[in-house]
Design a protein around this ligand. Structure first.
Ligand SMILES: Nc1ncnc2c1ncn2[C@@H]1O[C@H](COP(=O)(O)OP(=O)(O)OP(=O)(O)O)[C@@H](O)[C@H]1O
Ligand SMILES: [Mg+2]
Length: 464
């Protein structure tokens, strides 16, 4: 889609400069030197964004902005102010400008700002469209997502309905592994059978075997009666082995045998019980690492990983956020017995900028908290104060003392120094200050170690 921009700027050269930058990026631009003319134009034409110079002859940029917003509230506006005039920038934002730029306008900044505000508007629109009821299209049972990878996941779940292949679900914490496991079961021909889940990391190692396989009376001290294991309980349905990356080597061997032979023996028993079930395993560990280090058996991995499903982290599918927000708020509003709240533009922007290390679960927590903090029915970004959202900013963060005011060469030097110092400190600590061993570990000579220690103010005696 080609966006239409109106540049309101009395200096022709400045306007031409902006237009050139924008047109090479595919924007369609028009230009007018006066606010009065601009008002007439926006009443007639359909623009996406106004680029307004603050200083204009006659009606000035801020006054124009105010009037433009009165007649066309949806029109996006960016105000261009003199360098360092924060006050008028703030005033412009209050009047409804989406952002401001300082003169001289830096091309990258201009493009970045436009991209961001147009993207935000697109998402805001999407949330509104969703409210209008097209949610179902992106929904698979209780799973929502329109990201291509998530749609791929939905397709795999559907294709699993009629077969019993084992499935291995991987993904960071909170990405929906549990939910997907349930969806697989309830979509499948086993849906009327049991869905039995066990978190292998939550059950103490010593109990896990008896939990999974059950035991006969007298199998061990305390086994006063017979107990069915989870495998048996899942007969006819699905067994969900969560956190599979954490099980011990002997249990891995036993699990492998069970899955291959499709039968079990209870502990202390000698009768073999045959099983009919599907196994779904999940882990948030990178099993490849576990395989490489030998902690996880390759043969078991191949047994379980017949159908792999990987759930991407939320930060890689930001487009799903509006959908998720809508769904989560709907759910909470219902359980708190209040109307579904709206989100302010700033609040949406903030959600889109967060890195979401806890993924969808974190999003749920943030929204529930915000809902509680919000008395009226609009969640504003202030509702996210004191949550982890506050501390993670979209902008890249520099280590202490660095800034873009310094030339790259200086920043690079300082970064290297910082890394070298940390590296040497660690080695010196490990080696209790022994220079020879530190040099050997670092694969440099002892003289260089000494020189660098002096350079970074590290003393041998501090590590004794
Ligand atoms: N695609 C999704 N659509 C709707 N809700 C989701 C989605 N993904 C996750 N959720 C919700 O996020 C929360 C966390 O999901 P879930 O418990 O399935 O994550 P998980 O991957 O099993 O996490 P962990 O590794 O910590 O066990 C749940 O409340 C779930 O309902
Ligand atoms: Mg889980």
């Amino acid at each position: 889609m080609q966006y239409r921009l109106l540049i309101v700027e009395d200096e022709v050269n400045s306007a031409k400069y902006l237009a050139r930058i924008l047109e090479t990026e595919g924007y369609k631009t028009e230009f007018t030197p006066s606010a009065e003319q601009a008002l007439a134009l926006i009443a007639r034409e359909d623009y996406d964004v106004l680029l307004i110079d603050k200083v204009l002859p006659g009606m000035d940029g801020l006054e124009f902005l105010k009037r433009a917003k009165e007649t066309s509230p949806d029109l996006l506006a960016v105000i261009i102010t003199a360098y360092g005039s924060i006050k008028s920038a703030v005033e412009a934002l209050k009047l409804g400008a989406s952002d401001f730029l300082e003169k001289p306008v830096v091309p990258e900044k201009l493009l970045h700002v436009l991209h961001r505000i147009l993207e935000q508007r697109r998402l805001t629109k999407e949330v509104i469209a969703l409210k209008a009821g097209i949610l179902e299209r992106y929904q698979f049972r209780s799973l929502v997502g329109k990201d291509p990878k998530m749609r791929g996941v939905f397709a795999v779940i559907e294709s699993l309905a009629g077969v019993d292949s084992p499935v291995l679900i991987t993904g960071e914490t909170g990405t929906g592994k549990d939910l997907v496991a349930r969806a697989i079961h309830f979509e499948s021909h086993r849906k009327n059978g049991p869905f039995v889940a066990i978190n292998c990391a939550a059950v103490p190692e010593t109990l896990l075997e008896s939990e999974l396989f059950g035991y006969e009376r007298g199998a061990f001290t305390g086994a006063v009666r017979r107990k069915e294991g989870r495998f048996e309980q899942a007969h006819g349905g699905t067994l969900f082995l969560d956190e599979i990356g954490d099980i011990s080597a002997p249990l891995q061997a036993k699990l492998l045998r069970t899955i291959q032979e499709k039968n079990i023996e209870r502990l202390g028993g000698n009768r073999s019980i045959s099983l009919d079930l599907r196994v779904i395993a999940a882990t948030n560990k990178d099993l490849k690492d576990e395989l490489a280090s030998g902690r996880f058996r390759l043969d078991l991995y191949f047994r379980l990983n017949v159908v792999p499903i990987h759930l991407p982290p939320l930060r890689e599918r930001l487009d799903d956020i509006p959908l998720l927000v809508d769904r989560i708020l709907g759910k909470f509003a219902q359980s708190h017995d209040r109307p579904v709240p709206e989100l302010s533009r700033d609040a949406i922007a903030k959600l889109m900028n967060h890195a979401w290390p806890g993924n969808v679960r974190e999003l749920e927590n943030v929204l529930e908290r915000a809902l509680i903090m919000t008395k009226d029915n609009v969640i504003d970004d202030v509702a996210f104060a004191h949550t982890p959202m506050e501390s993670s900013i979209s902008e890249p963060r520099f280590p202490l003392g660095f800034s873009t005011d310094l030339p790259l060469s200086v920043v690079r030097q300082r970064a290297i120094a910082e890394v070298e110092k940390a590296y040497l400190t660690t080695l010196l600590k490990n080696n209790k200050g022994a220079i020879g061993r530190t040099a050997a570990d670092a694969r440099i000579d002892a003289r260089t170690v000494l020189r660098k220690m002096k350079q970074y103010g590290l003393k041998k005696s501090d590590f004794k």
